[in-house]
Design a protein around this ligand. Structure first.
Ligand SMILES: *Cc1c(COP(=O)(O)O)cnc(C)c1O
Length: 397
């Protein structure tokens, strides 16, 4: 596939998404790669088993199908290597286990994906790793939190549910001066709209469950490392015995082919709806990095090529006691939007956000936070559904 890679390396991201990872003429001209399921892989002779030189040795160590996906992701992320994991959450916890040891100090952004925070507060704590959460807006100010035993800095930009931006390059530079590894959850933007390794990050992680899957039916995580951190990540993954399945890898690679068009549609629709929400009297604030009113907008504009289709808004409510009732009334009136976790699929979803675990970025005081994943439906239909929600809230009063 070397000739092909020559022109692909120079091509745009949409072109690359269509052609990365598999050369049809390596397998009878068939456009998509075969699904190769394996546990046992045979060796032609005993000698080869002692010091394997063949490419594949055992199912957990990769197959042609998982390699096709890893190759595509490495090309998109600009990484030296990628591991596949059974969920996006595992794509956060495994690198933490790979790079942290008892006695270490880890700095985690306060707006981190909630279940990752739970992992830090339970498992890492039990392993005597000290976790400290930091304000996403700190920028270079993260310097004052660095200690001699700070081993890892974890970013997620924009943050989960409230979408706080971070100065990735500035924080990475500080972390590296103190010899800490920088990890970043890049699920929101995908490598189409932000490439963490180009901004100083060492390890980029994704819930491929979201946009790469795109259809709400596959769970997978990917972790991509730069050359300096690849061996250790790979070793840890091998030691823990985790791997992605060939069937799921096939489906994620299939999803990648259309990800650029889906993302462009999600982005366009979400921005239109965010702007519409911003103009309403019953909305206190819209939390979307592409809006000029958003505090982190300048950073988003500086670093990102586009936006994901998920954002939140604060439904105006004067009295804290009525936050929950108003939020529920809004959600229960929706017909097009599904009420469910996760996002990145073709269908619109809404959830009432719980921010009670935050220690620095406290929940807004001006109303309940409702998170919307804007799907691929027509914008007019999505807006008509949101109107139902607002009408139901109004009827409460
Ligand atoms: C959903 C999500 C994850 C976890 O992905 P799962 O596959 O559901 O475990 C991790 N990070 C972010 C930012 C997410 O939104």
């Amino acid at each position: 596939m070397s000739e092909k890679n020559d022109w692909l390396a120079e091509a745009g991201d949409s072109t690359r998404l269509c052609h990365l990872g598999h050369d049809p003429f390596s397998y009878h001209g068939i456009v998509n790669p075969p699904i190769t399921r394996a546990s046992t892989i045979l060796f032609p002779e005993a000698k080869g088993m002692e010091n394997p030189t063949q490419k594949y040795t055992y199912g957990t160590r990769g197959t042609p199908t998982t390699d096709a996906l890893c190759d595509a992701i490495n090309a998109l992320e600009g990484s030296a290597g990628t591991i596949l994991l059974p969920s996006g959450l595992a794509a956060i916890t495994i690198p933490f286990l790979a790079f942290l040891s008892p006695g270490d100090h880890a700095l985690i952004v306060d707006s981190v994906y909630g279940p990752a925070r739970h992992f830090c507060d339970t498992m890492l704590k039990r392993m005597q790793i000290e976790v400290e959460y930091f304000d996403p807006a700190l920028g270079e100010g993260i310097e004052r939190l660095m200690r001699s035993n700070t081993r890892l800095v974890h970013l997620e930009a924009p943050g989960s549910n409230t979408f706080e931006m971070q100065d990735v390059a500035a924080m990475s530079a500080v972390a590296h001066r103190h010899h800490a590894v920088v990890t970043m959850d890049n699920t929101w933007a995908t490598p189409l709209y932000f490439k963490p390794l180009d901004h100083g990050v060492d390890i980029s992680m994704h819930a491929a469950t979201k946009y790469p899957s795109g259809h709400s039916d596959i769970l997978m995580g990917t972790v991509s490392a730069n050359a300096a951190h690849w061996e250790r990540l790979k070793q840890a993954n091998g030691a823990l015995g985790l791997c992605g399945s060939p069937d799921d890898s096939y489906m994620i690679l299939r999803g990648l082919r259309t990800m650029a068009v889906r993302m462009a549609h999600h982005d366009r629709s979400a921005r239109a709806i965010a702007a519409w929400l911003e103009g309403r009297d019953d909305v206190a604030r819209v939390l979307h990095p592409a809006l000029e009113s958003f505090p982190g907008h300048a950073l988003w504009k500086r670093d990102f090529k586009g936006a994901g289709g998920i954002f939140s808004f604060v439904l105006k409510a004067a009295d804290k006691a009525e936050f929950k009732a108003k939020g529920r009334a809004f959600l229960d009136a929706l017909q097009l939007f599904g009420l469910g976790w996760s996002w990145g699929g073709y269908e619109s979803l809404a959830v009432l956000v719980n921010l009670s675990d935050r220690t620095i970025c406290k929940a807004p005081e001006d109303g309940p936070v409702i998170r919307l994943q804007i799907g691929l439906e027509d914008v007019e239909d999505i807006i008509a559904d949101l109107e139902r929600g607002f009408a139901a809230v109004k009827a409460l009063a």
